[in-house]
Ligand binder design. Structure first.
Ligand SMILES: C[S@@+](CC[C@H](N)C(=O)[O-])C[C@H]1O[C@@H](n2cnc3c(N)ncnc32)[C@H](O)[C@@H]1O
Length: 368
C-alpha cells in the first residue's frame, strides 16, 4: 500500500476590483485539492466551499510540507540578467541626470529608503505601515531594477499593475523619467500614490490610470498614444495579471511602441512552473503517487487552468529565431523575461506575434 503523502503549494492571481485569488493546491493522501480563497487588499478573505471542504477533511498530516510557496518566492540570483547595455540608452541630449539620485538604501528586512521616501517591500504584500509605500517585490528583484534603470536610463515608461502604488513611486524616485504611465485593473484610486505625487510635486511625471484591463487593446493604445503623443517608449514593465492571454494582448499593443533597443519586461513569467515544480519535488520520494498526481495535474489542469505565461516567452524565443530585427534579444532570468525590440518598423495598429512567430519548425506545436 502506498504511504500517505501530504504537500501544499500556494500561489496568487489577481482578480477584478482589488481582489486576489489565493490558490492553495494541497495533496493529502494522494488526492489533489485546489482551495481558492479570495483576498481583498484590506485583508478580508472569502473562502470557496470547495476550499472549506478540502481543508476540513481530517487528513493525514503532511509528510512533506513546502509551506507557503508563493509564485513570488524567487531564488536570490544575481541581478542583471537582462540584455541592456549602455549602447541601448536613448541618445544623450544632456537632459538626463548624470547619476541616479539618491542611492536606494535597504534597512532591515522590508524597508527600502530612497531619499526621504520610505517603501515597505514584501511578496506577497501584506500590511503596509503608515507613511510607507507598498511594493510587492523581493529585494533581489528591486536590485535588478536599480541596475536595469541605471543602464537603460528610461525616459518614457509604461507600467502594468500598480497594486499599492509603491513600484510606481519607486520608478519615479530612481530619477530621469519624464513620464511614467501606470495602468491598473482596480478602479479604486490610491490615496497613498496621490499623496506621494502631491508631496514630491511630480504630477507631470506620474500618471496612473485605474480601471483599465491590460487586455483591452483599444483602451491601452489610446492611453499610451495620448500620454506620449506617439513618442517611442523606452521601457514597459508588465507586472499585472501574469496570465497568458492578457499579457499577450498588452504585449502586442505596447511592444511596437517601444523604440529599437527599448526593453519589455514580463515579470513573474514562471509562476505556474514553480508551483508545479514544488509539488512534484515534494512528492519525489514516492514515485507511484508522484506519477499519479502529475497525471491528474495534467488531465484536470489543476494548477494552471489557463495557458501558462511561459508560452508567451517561448513564442518570443521563436520570434527571435525567425525575425531578429523584430525581437533583438530575449533574456530569461529568475524575475523576468526581458525582451529587447529590434530595429524593424512595426505597425502599432496591426502588430500581431503570429505574423512573426510563425514557428516553421513546429517547436511549439508537436507534429501529429
Ligand atoms: C503583482 S501586482 C503589481 C505589483 C506592483 N507592480 C508592485 O511591484 O508593487 C499586480 C497588479 O495587477 C493588477 N491586475 C491584475 N490583472 C490585471 C489586468 N488584467 N489589467 C491590469 N491590471 C491588472 C492587480 O489588480 C494588481 O494590482
Amino acid at each position: 500500500m502506498t504511504e500517505p503523502v501530504g504537500v501544499e503549494v500556494t500561489g496568487r492571481r489577481h482578480l477584478d476590483r482589488g481582489w486576489e485569488e489565493e490558490l492553495l493546491v494541497s495533496v493529502l493522501d494522494g488526492e489533489v485539492s485546489p482551495q481558492r480563497t479570495e483576498v481583498r487588499g484590506d485583508g478580508e478573505r472569502h473562502q470557496s466551499e470547495e476550499g472549506e471542504h478540502a481543508h476540513s477533511r481530517p487528513g493525514v498530516p503532511p509528510r512533506h510540507r513546502t509551506g507557503a510557496v508563493s509564485r513570488s518566492v524567487l531564488v536570490d540570483a544575481p541581478s542583471g540578467a537582462h540584455p541592456v547595455g549602455p549602447s541601448d540608452r536613448p541618445p544623450d541630449d544632456g537632459r538626463y541626470p548624470a547619476t541616479v539620485p539618491p542611492t536606494p538604501e535597504f534597512i532591515g528586512d522590508h524597508l527600502l529608503r530612497i531619499g526621504d521616501i520610505r517603501f515597505h517591500y514584501e511578496h506577497p504584500l501584506n500590511h503596509v505601515p503608515p507613511d510607507h509605500l507598498g511594493i510587492e517585490k523581493v529585494r533581489s528583484l528591486l536590485e535588478a531594477y536599480f541596475e536595469l534603470w541605471n543602464r537603460l536610463r528610461p525616459r518614457r515608461v509604461v507600467e502594468l499593475g500598480i497594486r499599492r502604488g509603491g513600484s510606481t513611486a519607486m520608478l519615479c524616485e530612481l530619477g530621469g523619467a519624464e513620464r511614467i504611465v501606470s495602468v491598473e485593473l482596480s478602479a479604486t484610486r490610491l490615496e497613498a500614490l496621490d499623496r506621494y505625487v502631491a508631496a514630491r510635486g511630480v504630477p507631470d511625471v506620474v500618471h496612473p490610470h485605474y480601471g483599465v484591463d491590460q487586455s483591452d487593446r483599444n483602451r491601452l493604445a489610446r492611453i499610451v498614444d495620448d500620454e506620449f503623443e506617439e513618442a517611442p517608449l523606452d521601457l514597459v514593465i508588465d507586472d499585472a495579471s501574469h496570465l497568458y492571454d492578457e499579457s499577450r494582448a498588452s504585449f502586442e499593443v505596447l511592444f511596437p511602441r517601444l523604440r529599437p533597443g527599448g526593453v519589455y519586461l514580463l515579470e513573474d513569467w514562471r509562476w505556474e512552473h514553480m508551483m508545479a515544480g514544488q509539488l512534484a519535488a515534494a512528492l519525489e520520494r514516492d514515485p507511484v503517487v508522484r506519477r499519479e498526481i502529475e497525471a491528474r495535474i495534467v488531465a484536470e489542469n489543476r494548477i494552471a487552468p489557463d495557458t501558462p505565461m511561459s508560452r508567451l516567452v517561448l513564442e518570443l524565443v521563436v520570434t527571435r529565431a525567425e525575425c531578429e530585427d523584430v525581437v533583438a534579444d530575449v533574456v530569461v532570468g529568475p524575475f523576468w523575461a526581458a525582451v529587447r525590440r529590434g530595429p524593424a518598423p512595426l505597425d502599432p495598429q496591426a502588430f500581431r506575434l503570429d505574423d512573426h512567430a510563425r514557428d516553421l519548425l513546429h517547436v511549439l506545436t508537436p507534429l501529429a
